[in-house]
Ligand binder design. Structure first.
Ligand SMILES: [Mg+2]
Length: 142
């Protein structure tokens, strides 16, 4: 079965090997460097305070939502499957990701370790045996 590049050894399901993890980290660092270079060519760092970037991130998330506003689940499924809809959604989630990474840079947050720490916290709040298949909030589990 195709593991999609993930190591599926028992007890370590879904985790990356050290070599794969190094490649992903390098790709992310290169991507962040591209975004920073784009910003710096335009002398936009002066506007990129954590406050402004946090607001820009929220606005871009709203633009992503706007693409789907008032549509049924079936219509959103069609949107995702269509070339133009997929392109619009890709553009908006790219904006969200760009501002997320710029926020991390401005606020001194390592996105990889921040995500790992939050996944660990989420795992403690949502133990698999209590939350599997459930949309309940952690305060309602148990
Ligand atoms: Mg946008």
């Amino acid at each position: 079965m195709d593991s999609g590049g993930y190591n599926e050894s028992p007890g370590d399901k879904g985790s990356l090997t050290e070599d794969q993890e190094r490649v992903v980290t390098m790709d992310l660092q290169e991507l962040i460097a591209e975004i920073i270079a784009f910003r710096d060519e335009r002398d936009w760092a002066q506007f990129h305070t954590p406050q402004n970037l946090g607001m820009a991130l929220g606005i871009e998330a709203a633009e992503l939502q706007q693409e789907m506003l008032w549509k049924t689940d079936a219509e959103v499924t069609e949107l995702v499957a269509s070339r133009s809809g997929h392109g619009q959604l890709s553009d908006e989630i790219a904006d969200v990701l760009i501002y997320s990474l710029l926020f991390c840079d401005a606020a001194g947050v390592d996105p990889v370790s921040a995500i790992r720490k939050k996944l660990k916290k989420n795992g403690e709040k949502y133990p698999v045996e209590q939350s599997k298949g459930s949309a309940k909030k952690y305060t309602e589990l148990g």
